[in-house]
Design a protein around this ligand. Structure first.
Ligand code: NAI
Ligand code: 15L
Length: 263
């Protein structure tokens, strides 16, 4: 049977390609964002801070792909509203409406202060080390997912996304890139794998220069097809190799570890 999926953050970068790439996997999408979603007159426009609107949006769907929220560092007040209160409203709505599965767009910035030692790949079972209030909100989202799985049986796959853009843009992204097609494959695996409870996975493509281990994502059925190495010559000609002293070469979250929040 065709599953109906609520896609929050549908007007954003990832939402924009999922809108066309998820339906061929057999999903019907209900689109939502605080901004209008281009060419989607039926999309829902509401702020994730509005608990009643979130509950109405969730009613009757089979699962939620939760992309909505602030995707960069911001003031604590803004992160608190869109990402923390927004995620809480989403999980409460899901619990109350009996929705059984969420795919949560977590981030490498939940573990951004993890050192890059070069000694083996980094798994998805490492402790939280957020690099920003933004990363801290992703730690909260993963915690919320764990609580709602254990207490209420709402299953979640939290995907710690690396850098998901049409193409890698920097030497760092040669390690962290998640291609749009692989992102769609991973979300499909996260929506369909049985018995996930709360599972945290790393989200990158099959990058030659990867720092991250993909075994927990592969265990869901994810088979990445892309490799940022196809862009390496072009990116390195433009930017040069990563300076070993730069945060991008020393810490998983790269330059986010040096960003100060706006006041
Ligand atoms: P984006 O900023 O392009 O899209 C986020 C969408 O959320 C926007 O359309 C925005 O209007 C909406 N939004 C923000 N606050 C909202 C609120 N209070 N209520 C309702 N909607 C709200 O970000 P992108 O790149 O598409 O990322 C999607 C998700 O994936 C985000 O949660 C982000 O943190 C996460 N992610 C993305 C990565 C990437 O490389 N693109 C890497 C790691 C995580
Ligand atoms: C993220 O979490 C951001 O949402 C995205 O804009 C990129 O900066 C990405 O991480 C990254 O680390 O490249």
């Amino acid at each position: 049977m065709t599953q109906t999926i609520l896609l929050t953050g549908a007007a954003g970068g990832i939402g924009t390609f999922l809108r066309t790439q998820l339906p061929p996997y057999g999903y019907r999408l209900r689109l939502a964002d605080v901004k209008p979603v281009p060419d989607a007159p039926d999309s829902l426009a509401f702020d994730l801070r509005d608990a009643a609107a979130v509950r109405e949006a969730v009613r009757g769907v089979d699962a939620v792909v939760h992309l909505g929220g602030i995707a960069l560092e911001d003031s604590f007040a803004n992160i608190l509203g869109s990402n923390i209160e927004g995620a809480y409203n989403l999980y409460e709505a899901v619990r109350q409406e009996g929705v059984k599965r969420v795919v949560f767009a977590s981030s490498n910035h939940a573990v951004g202060f993890t050192p890059l030692t070069g000694e083996g790949l980094i798994g998805s079972d490492i402790p939280p080390r957020p690099d920003t209030y933004y990363g801290l909100s992703k730690v909260f989202g993963e915690g919320l997912a764990s609580l709602y799985a254990d207490k209420y049986g709402v299953e979640t796959v939290s995907i710690r996304i690396g850098s998901c853009f049409p193409e890698p843009r920097s030497p760092r992204a040669l390690a962290t890139w998640l291609s749009p097609a692989d992102c769609t494959r991973l979300i499909h695996a996260a929506l369909t794998a049985p018995g996930v409870g709360h599972t945290v996975v790393n989200g990158i493509s099959a990058n030659t220069r990867a720092w991250w281990d993909l075994s927990s994502a592969r265990a869901l059925g994810y088979e990445p097809q892309d490799d940022a190495e196809a862009y390496a010559a072009e990116i390195l000609a433009e930017h040069g190799e990563l300076d070993p002293a730069h945060a991008d070469a020393r810490l998983l979250g790269g330059y986010f570890t040096t960003v100060e929040p706006p006041v």
